[in-house]
Ligand binder design. Sequence first.
Ligand code: NAD
Length: 466
Amino acid sequence: MLTIEPRFERAAVVAAIARIHAAQQASRAAVGATSAAERIEKIRGLRDAMFVHRQEIREALWNDYQKPPAEVDLSEIYPVVGEANHAIRYLRRWARPQRVRTPLALFGSRSRILHEPKGVVLIISPWNFPWNLSLGPLVSAIAAGNCAILKPSELTPHTSACLKRVLAGLFDESEVAVIEGDAAVAQELLSLRFDHIFFTGSPAVGTIVMKAAAEHLTSVTLELGGKSPVIVDRSANLDEAARKIAWGKFLNCGQICIAPDYLLVDEEVRDVFLEKLRAAIAPQTGVMVSERHAQRMRALIDDAVKRGAGVVLGGGSNGRIVEPTILQNPDLQSAVMQEEIFGPILPVISYRTLDDALAVIAAREKPLVLYLFARNRRVIRDVIRNTSAGGTVINDTLVHFFQTYLPFGGVGRSGMGRAHGFFGYESFSNIRAVLDQPTRFSALQWMYPPYGRFKRKLIDWTLRWF
Ligand code: NAD
């Protein structure tokens, strides 16, 4: 059992959790009964609060790990504003009962699908986009009519405190509350019964969360990570590919779940491409979230170099700063090609045939996202057909996160369930099936026992024709 760090006084935290959980249980019915219009008002309030507190949010993220204000705007605030605007626009439509067709055997009945709130939900978020990955899911949870407890990461304490302040100004804790704390606090929460758990973080902790959820048969959405490959085919526009990969890999110091993890490049264009990539990499921005995380990067580089990888760029580090680093031809068994990197190191592997590249991908867990730079449509088709991934982007990196009309999530060890837009709304909803049968007549009654000759014939017919 983990112990709660002293700064999160155990007794106080446990008491707060019990109080808030009970208060939310008491208010779930009232919160769940709200109309689409009322939920839209709440989401609008949340969106507007982000503009009011924009400076405060930027400062919190700067204090946590020197995230540049422009990146806070673009990668923390903007995705939540986008998610909120999307829900504001479509929630009435999502909330409408959805009529479905009726098979012939049930002739006379009418059926519809309702989305009802799950109840009280728990959202556990990581440090790498502490604002975005806490409030994005919260927008979906509110849209679906739930009460929610948020547990942001202990590694970004300024942002967690800011989240708590801003949300406390908008919601009573019996509806939305933030509990600050570490892994032990998360476990305290996980021991309680929730109606859904939305977890974003590592596959290792995802396993712990899912085990805890199983105790209560609670449904989960797991937004995890892994090694997302990027393929550069010889038909790619190499200048564009270099710029986009450099941006997607080294933004936030590589600490992005959907960052390209490693690069597979056609050997015919490798040298030209690497030159362009080096030129496209901007000077260092941001730092690793902690000394420990920077130390892990140093160990990954050392291990790869020891096993024969060449350092094409960077390789140096100082405290929490790690230079953008390109490693050429690392051993496929080295740690940098086995673990999710989650930092500014890009291993580059050249391939002779597309099949060779696909074999490297197939030997690893199914990724959260697969990136492909190519203009040859046949290559694009073959890559999609012969791989599996949570998402796929052709000729760009990261941008699918902003595509609120697409589901976002992983497959296998990169996650389960979906976030964003309608799909996020669905994750936080119980999808209820309602079949409305006329009171006088039902075709199936003809087949109730006892089974005489005529009924057996009818059943036979039904099997064959309806
Ligand atoms: P993490 O799994 O260490 O922590 C995530 C959250 O879980 C934090 O709030 C933490 O307090 C809590 N936690 C940690 N240990 C716990 C335990 N033993 N029991 C219960 N709760 C515990 O992840 P992280 O280091 O904050 O984030 C990095 C990981 O998150 C990477 O693997 C990355 O790919 C993944 N990630 C995925 C997405 C996505 O959308 N799929 C987004 C961002 C990050």
